[in-house]
Design a protein around this ligand. Structure first.
Ligand SMILES: C[S@@+](CC[C@H](N)C(=O)[O-])C[C@H]1O[C@@H](n2cnc3c(N)ncnc32)[C@H](O)[C@@H]1O
Length: 246
């Protein structure tokens, strides 16, 4: 059974989410998201042993391979009724799922698309099993990207507030993915990429984006204040861990 799951995992869709190219404009968001979720899957295995996962706004279920070996159940839900990988169709604001039913609830890059984020977080709380956790990610800064709509961006404190006022969590932790230099490099990269591709200079665009992504990450590594959540900081994405009391 485990071998079968591992075999599935190797060919699983979403390889570019798990191993993004550094020359891609989505690299700064995805590289941090992938390593965070890989670590969280290992932590969930250590804490829960076997577990049930609900992946809300699952898209291609790109992170299924991280959780597969220890998941008794891995249910993907999406609003997009044409998504062939979804097991359930519905909205994060009104989940067609019983109370307290999943140990790990994933909601990655979805909250910015929700019509009612307060209701969405209440639903995340409702479906999480006692002692279980929500792993959510969403943008601090990003270009408009409807899927099918795009409504919200957050600061770390706004995101923390959103969770705290919509559930009796035992803990809520919000961490930025990368630092201010990563964010500025990513935004610059998006527009240079567009410009150079329009001028039919795609290889040059890739080189520039690679250089910006490398420089941004390098600066953030060397200068701790660029990673601090303080006045003047700006972050591309946030990772949230919200735990429900046992
Ligand atoms: C940017 S993609 C993220 C996909 C995947 N979670 C990931 O991290 O790669 C957003 C996904 O959320 C779905 N979605 C958008 N609004 C939603 C909503 N209100 N409820 C549930 N899913 C939604 C979209 O159909 C899409 O699959």
């Amino acid at each position: 059974m485990l071998e079968q799951r591992a075999a599935v995992a190797e060919d699983w869709p979403g390889e570019r989410h798990r191993h993004p190219k550094r020359s891609s404009v989505t690299y700064p968001t995805r590289v941090h998201l992938a390593s965070w979720l890989e670590d969280e899957a290992a932590r969930a295995a250590a804490d829960f042993g076997r577990y049930r996962v609900l992946d809300i706004g699952c898209g291609k279920k790109p992170y299924y391979p991280y959780f597969a070996a220890n998941a008794d159940e891995y249910v993907g839900l999406d609003i997009d009724t044409e998504n062939p990988l979804a097991d359930l169709y519905g909205q994060v604001e009104d989940l067609p799922v019983a109370d307290d039913s999943f140990d790990v609830v994933l909601c990655t890059q979805v909250l910015e698309h929700a019509g009612d984020p307060d209701r969405a977080v209440s639903e995340l709380y409702r479906v999480t099993a006692p002692g279980g956790r929500v792993l959510a990610s969403t943008h601090g800064v990003q270009v408009y990207h409807p899927a099918p709509v795009d409504h919200w961006r957050w600061t770390h404190s706004g995101l923390e507030l959103l969770f705290l006022r919509n559930g009796a969590w035992s803990s809520v932790t919000v961490r930025p993915a990368g630092g201010t230099a990563t964010c500025l490099a990513a935004m610059t990269g998006i527009y240079l990429d567009l410009l150079f591709r329009r001028a039919h200079l795609t290889p040059l665009a890739k080189g520039l984006v690679w250089t910006l992504n490398t420089t941004g990450a390098g600066l953030d590594r060397r200068v701790p204040s660029l990673r601090a959540m303080k006045p003047g900081s700006i972050f591309l994405n946030y990772h949230v861990v919200a735990e429900k009391p046992a």
